[in-house]
Design a protein around this ligand. Structure first.
Ligand code: ADP
Ligand code: MG
Length: 323
C-alpha cells in the first residue's frame, strides 16, 4: 500500500492510459516532454469538477473517473482534434485506496479506448476536486471553430438530447421515468465523447460545439461568435423514448433544449455537403440528425410542427448567473 505522495502517484497514475511514442518523457520529472506532429496545432482544454457543484459526495468513483476524462475528450471532439495526452490535478480530502482504484479504473478504461496517455499532474490534500487538461492534435485548416457559421449552413446534433437533464430531474424526485431511469442515469454518469464522429466529419463541417450547457445556450455561443441567428425545428430534435414521453406528457421542451451534461456535438455543415455528411455518419454507431439551419440575424428561433415559433427563452446552465 502506498504510504508517501510519491508512492501514491507511482502506484495509481504512472501507467494510466496507453504508452504513446510521442511522449518523450512522462510522469516522474518536473515536466513531461511531448512531441507535437509536424503541421498540426496543439488543441488544449481544461475542465474542473468540484464536489457539491458538479457531483455529489456519494458519486460512484469509477463513473467520476470516466466523466472527468470524457468531458475533456468531448472538448477535443468539438474542436475536431485527435486526443493524445492528459494531465490530472487531483485534490483529495484523504487517501482512500478503494476510491482511488475505482477512479483510476474509470479514467483508464476511457483513456485506453481513445489512445490517450496521462503525462503529468498534481496531487494535493483538500476538499475533493479534480481538473483534467486534455491535449490533442488538429490541422488548423480543419479545426471546428465557433466563429465560422454562415447563413444557409445546416445544424446537426449527434445522439439524443435531454437524457442527462432528465436523469437529474428524476434524481431530484420531481419526475418518475419508470423503466427509463437506468438508461438516463447511464447517460448522466458515462457520457461518450463523440471523438470518432468529429474525426469523420471535420473536413466537411466548418464548426462545432459540445452540448454541455444545453442546446440553446451552446448553439447560442456559435451564433454569437459567428454573428448569425438560427432556426431549430423542434419536431426534428432527436429524443430518447423517456425524454419524448417527458416532453409529451409535461408539454415542456426545456429538458432537451436547456438542460446540459449530454456532451453530444452540435455541428455546422455547409448545405452542399449534406449528402456526404449523412452517408459518412451512417457508418458510425451514433446518430446524426439535421435539426435546423443558420440564418441572418442573432436570435435562435424554435419552430413547432406547423412551423410556428415557440417561445422557450435562451440560456443553459450558468455558474455565475444571479438568480
Ligand atoms: P513537483 O513538486 O515538481 O510539482 P510533484 O510531486 O507534484 O512534482 O509530481 C511529481 C510527478 O508526478 C510529476 O511528473 C507530476 O506530473 C506527476 N504527478 C503528480 N500528481 C499526479 C497526478 N494526479 N496524475 C498524474 N501525474 C501526477
Ligand atoms: Mg506538483
Amino acid at each position: 500500500m502506498p504510504s508517501t505522495e510519491f508512492q501514491l502517484i507511482d502506484h495509481y497514475f504512472s501507467h494510466l492510459g496507453i504508452n504513446r511514442a510521442d511522449v518523450l518523457l512522462g510522469i516522474g520529472d518536473d515536466c513531461a516532454l511531448l512531441q507535437v506532429p509536424e503541421g498540426q496545432s496543439l488543441a488544449v482544454s481544461i475542465d474542473t469538477l468540484v464536489e457539491g457543484v458538479h457531483f455529489l459526495a456519494d458519486v460512484d468513483p469509477e463513473s467520476l473517473g470516466h466523466k472527468a476524462l470524457a468531458v475533456n475528450l468531448s472538448d477535443l471532439a468539438a474542436m475536431g482534434a485527435d486526443p493524445a495526452w492528459v494531465t490530472l490535478a487531483l485534490t483529495l480530502p484523504k487517501v482512500d485506496e478503494v476510491w482511488l482504484a475505482a477512479f483510476c479504473r474509470g479514467f483508464s478504461a476511457l483513456a485506453n479506448r481513445y489512445h490517450v496517455q496521462l503525462v503529468g499532474g498534481d496531487t494535493t490534500r483538500g476538499p475533493l476536486a479534480l481538473s483534467v487538461q486534455a491535449h490533442g492534435f488538429v490541422e488548423p485548416a480543419v479545426a471546428l471553430r465557433r466563429d465560422t457559421a454562415k447563413p444557409g449552413d445546416l445544424i446537426y446534433v449527434s445522439g439524443t438530447l435531454g437524457d442527462a437533464g432528465l436523469a437529474l430531474l428524476v434524481n431530484s424526485g420531481a419526475y418518475d421515468a419508470g423503466d427509463g431511469r437506468a438508461a438516463l442515469q447511464l447517460r448522466l454518469d458515462r457520457p461518450e465523447p463523440r471523438v470518432s464522429l468529429a474525426q469523420r466529419l471535420r473536413d466537411l463541417a466548418t464548426g462545432a460545439i459540445d452540448i454541455s450547457d444545453g442546446l440553446l445556450a451552446d448553439l447560442g455561443h456559435i451564433c454569437e461568435r459567428s454573428g448569425v441567428g438560427a432556426v431549430v425545428n423542434l419536431p426534428d430534435i432527436p429524443l430518447s423514448d423517456p425524454v419524448r414521453a417527458y416532453v409529451e406528457t409535461e408539454r415542456d421542451w426545456s429538458i432537451p433544449l436547456k438542460a446540459g451534461d449530454d456532451y453530444e456535438l452540435c455541428l455546422i455543415v455547409p448545405a452542399q455537403y449534406r449528402g456526404e455528411v449523412e452517408s459518412r455518419a451512417a457508418d458510425l454507431d451514433v446518430g446524426l440528425t439535421l435539426i435546423g439551419q443558420i440564418e441572418e440575424g442573432e436570435a435562435i428561433c424554435c419552430l413547432d410542427q406547423q412551423g410556428a415559433p415557440v417561445k422557450i427563452g435562451s440560456g443553459g446552465y450558468d455558474h455565475f448567473q444571479s438568480s
